[in-house]
Design a protein around this ligand. Structure first.
Ligand SMILES: O=C(O)CCC(=O)C(=O)O
Length: 305
């Protein structure tokens, strides 16, 4: 142990008491969309799917990772939008802002390629029921993989990694955001849980190699470890695309139970979330109290209280 070590630093930041959510029960809509090379069509199509989900009662709608563009390093620079430059420069987020206020829903807007200066990011925008941008998450863990003969993809060729975990208070509770490969890093989910998240949303596009083995496993693990809801939303599978998505958008409850899921075709899942189950599970199985803060620690570098 170094002489600089101070025992109080060994403590995991105390979990925030679960904040009282603005509502306990509501419906979530997961729009597993087909994505084509035609951006205008993708935007219209997403708008219609969000409206359909809202008409079916969803108060929170989640879109897939990279829903306005093909998922490829060649496409990212071409389809990228300057989100900070306003609606004219970002037709995809302009649509999300408009439809969220029109339908009075919260939208976790999947992700789109974002241009900011000379950098590109894989970015998820969250809109409130008033149509205002509430949060912007830039994918923190870029997806670089090389399994010869199976899948090789190097997001870092074109994209820059985000630097900030994103947790946002909305009309449907406190939501931690991750994009696809971000789900593989349990520390991020633990930090969101320690900051009082009710729900984690991961727009994602797993593939035909890691999808069957890891997609459901990771979602259920993040939910069980942290005793909260986890929602994922994938593009629908296009077997002819350069990158073939696994699909299987899913809602998982805080005991690791699959509440709703789908196969790989286009679909809109509508499912109920009940936050009163969170307290119940944490009483049934009090993991936060059982943690051995004297033996291990998680440091939340950016937490400001
Ligand atoms: O982590 C994986 O296996 C898949 C991740 C991925 O497809 C992505 O981050 O886009």
């Amino acid at each position: 142990m170094s002489s600089a070590f101070k025992p109080e630093q060994a403590r995991i930041p105390p979990a925030l008491a679960l904040p009282t959510p603005p509502l306990n029960k509501f419906k979530i809509g997961l729009c597993q969309l087909t994505v084509t090379p035609d951006k205008e069509r993708n935007i219209k199509h997403a708008r219609k799917a969000i409206q359909d989900a809202a008409q079916k009662g969803a108060q929170l709608v989640v879109l897939p990772e990279i829903w306005n563009s093909p998922y490829s390093n060649d496409s990212f620079p071409v389809y990228a939008e300057d989100i900070d430059a306003g609606h004219d420069a970002s037709p995809s987020t302009a649509m999300l802002a408009e439809v969220s206020v029109q339908m009075k829903i919260v939208i976790v807007g999947g992700s789109i390629p974002e241009r900011c200066g000379d950098k590109l990011y894989n970015t998820c925008c969250v809109f409130g029921t008033d149509g205002k941008l509430k949060a912007k998450h830039r994918k923190i863990h870029l997806f670089d993989i090389d399994i010869p003969g199976k899948i090789t993809f190097t997001e870092s060729k074109t994209l820059t990694a985000g630097e900030t975990p994103t947790i946002v208070d909305t009309d449907v509770g406190r939501i931690g955001i991750g994009i696809c490969h971000d789900i593989s890093f349990q520390e991020l989910a633990m930090i969101y849980a320690s900051r009082g998240a009710h729900l984690l949303c991961y727009p994602g596009a797993f593939n035909m190699t890691t999808g069957p083995l890891h997609w459901e496993l990771l979602q259920r693990a993040r939910a069980v470890d942290n005793q909260l809801y986890v929602a994922t939303c994938s593009p629908a599978r296009d077997a002819g695309a350069g990158y073939v998505a696994w699909g299987h958008s899913t809602l998982v409850g805080p005991f690791g139970e699959i509440i709703a899921t789908t196969e790989h075709d286009e679909d809109i899942i509508i499912a109920e979330i009940d936050y009163s189950v969170l307290e119940q599970r944490r009483t049934n199985l009090p993991l936060p109290k059982q943690r051995r803060a004297d033996l291990y620690r998680l440091i939340d570098i950016q937490r400001r209280e």
